[in-house]
Design a protein around this ligand. Structure first.
Ligand code: ADP
Length: 453
């Protein structure tokens, strides 16, 4: 593992000056490590912000081989692919690419739990934090969830709970973890990976230095594989499996008692699934992952139950917004891929009018067909790839198109009748029409309040 003192003697380039890029700059500055910055869309305002604390850093917007090859360490923003030609040229000349999480690994001095997966990461991370806090353990949730991990470093923290994307894992090599989970693997980001297995193997890098692996019993791609390149450096960690439908010795699952399904952890009965504060089977899985991730702490069943109940859920994830005239409105703006959208639809347990669309990331939307056919009475499509979704889904539901979110909500309002749910779960990224999934969700809620309240 590289040490901070070694970094100080190298030529360091921070690649990408977004939120995490800024956290890297602040951290390097705090460690007296010199660096330069490159960002294709560099803004004057960002340069000014950087100059306040690091006036000596050279800022460039030139993504060129000539520039990159002058550096020995590239600290990559997760948004920039390692396959970029300028990055590849520098790597071939012997440069090393790391990310903000690798720097965090060098610096952190408390136990770390980390979660990755295609869906459910933020929910599990926030839920872990809630359970820990309710048990009197001081915990901070950071990483891909929003607060950059390097900005979260502070004294007095008992445990760090880190959300990691596959992009971050590409540039993370030495993060030691008390427990780690790949929650699930489903198609996403196919514009950045060769295939699903390549994407899954990148996620499994999280197990590299983990003392405990928490894996999804029904998703073998989440299991630690002895053949993974990432396992070559460490022994295969012990594992706990979670499963929504059964339980095996020592694992987390469910068991029926007197006609009621309970969350079960080995021989420990935790609580009835129907009392979980978040809807849907996917959230039962998320709760199970939380329990399994916390097993090294040996918390009691009562403490775990109280902790699980203390969580109110995150906005934009199958979040109840409003009910009027018997129609319930849900915001699942964070449903940015096919599996998330399917799980959100299933969680509604009612006929669904679906608002979907945006940037499709080259996904195969025909996979939505069966769930749409079973639960969705109509779809209102928005965004750049509306035609792609229309093509894939026209045989499964009535489809209309809308130019704006307000238009989509107005159309959905016209279609829905008492007992229906209107669900925004786009199965797509938001950046064609919005700044972020949060912005998209906020605009949806605003439109619902205008049209349906
Ligand atoms: P992530 O951080 O991985 O994007 P979130 O917790 O923010 O995950 O949830 C995003 C969306 O994924 C939710 O809005 C919901 O539609 C869906 N989802 C949540 N948990 C799961 C799960 N365990 N399996 C499948 N889909 C899920």
């Amino acid at each position: 593992m590289m040490k901070m003192t070694e970094l100080a003697n190298k030529k360091v380039l921070v690649v990408g000056l977004g939120k995490s890029g800024f956290s890297v700059c602040r951290f390097l500055h705090s460690q007296s490590i010199a660096f330069d910055v490159v960002d294709e869309g560099l803004k004057d305002a960002d340069v000014d912000k950087l100059n306040v604390f690091a006036p000596q850093a050279n800022c460039s917007h030139e993504f060129t081989e000539t520039l990159f090859c002058q550096y020995e360490i590239l600290i990559m923003s997760p948004g920039i692919a390692l396959s970029h030609s300028a990055v590849q040229s520098a790597l071939q000349k012997g440069a090393q690419a790391i990310g903000d999480i690798e720097l965090f690994a060098y610096a952190v001095d408390a136990p770390v739990l980390a979660v990755t997966g295609s869906n459910g990461k933020s929910t599990v991370v926030a839920w872990l934090q809630a359970v820990l806090e309710s048990a009197g353990v001081s915990a901070v949730a950071c990483g891909n969830i929003g607060l950059p991990a390097l900005d979260a470093l502070q004294s007095g923290i008992d445990i760090y709970v880190v959300e990691l994307s596959s992009f971050q894992l590409e540039t993370t090599n030495s993060l030691k973890l008390l427990s780690a989970s790949v929650l699930n693997v489903s198609e996403d980001h196919m514009n950045r990976y060769q295939d699903l297995e390549h994407y899954a193997a990148t996620k499994r890098r999280i197990y590299r230095h983990a003392e405990l692996a928490v894996c999804n019993a029904h998703d073998e791609r989440t299991h630690v594989l002895a053949t993974d390149e990432s396992q070559a450096v460490s022994l295969t960690p012990p594992r706990i499996l979670f499963a929504v439908d059964s339980v095996t010795q020592g694992d987390v699952g469910t068991r029926d008692y007197a006609g009621q399904t309970w969350l079960q952890w080995g021989e420990k009965r935790i609580m009835p699934v129907c009392e979980l504060p978040l809807p849907g089977l996917h959230n039962c899985e998320n709760a199970q992952a939380v329990l399994a991730m916390l097993s090294p702490l040996s918390l009691s069943a009562e403490t775990l139950k109280a902790g699980l109940l203390s969580f109110k859920g995150l906005p934009h994830r199958t979040q109840f917004v409003h009910e009027s005239q018997g129609v319930r409105w849900f915001n699942d703006s964070k449903g940015t891929n096919i599996d998330a959208c399917c799980r959100a639809i299933e969680a509604m347990q009612a006929p669904v009018v679906l608002i979907a669309g945006g940037q499709g990331k080259d996904a195969d939307f025909s996979q939505l067909g069966p769930v749409v056919q079973e639960h969705v009475k109509a779809i209102v499509l928005i965004g750049e790839d509306a035609d792609v979704l229309n093509q894939a889904l026209q045989d499964f539901a009535q489809i209309t198109k809308a130019k704006t979110m307000l238009d989509a909500v107005t159309q959905a309002m016209r279609i829905a009748t008492a007992g229906d749910v209107v669900l925004l779960s786009p199965a797509c990224a938001s950046f064609d029409m919005f700044d972020s999934f949060e912005h998209r969700g906020d605009v949806f809620v605003e439109a619902v309040m205008k049209v349906a309240a």
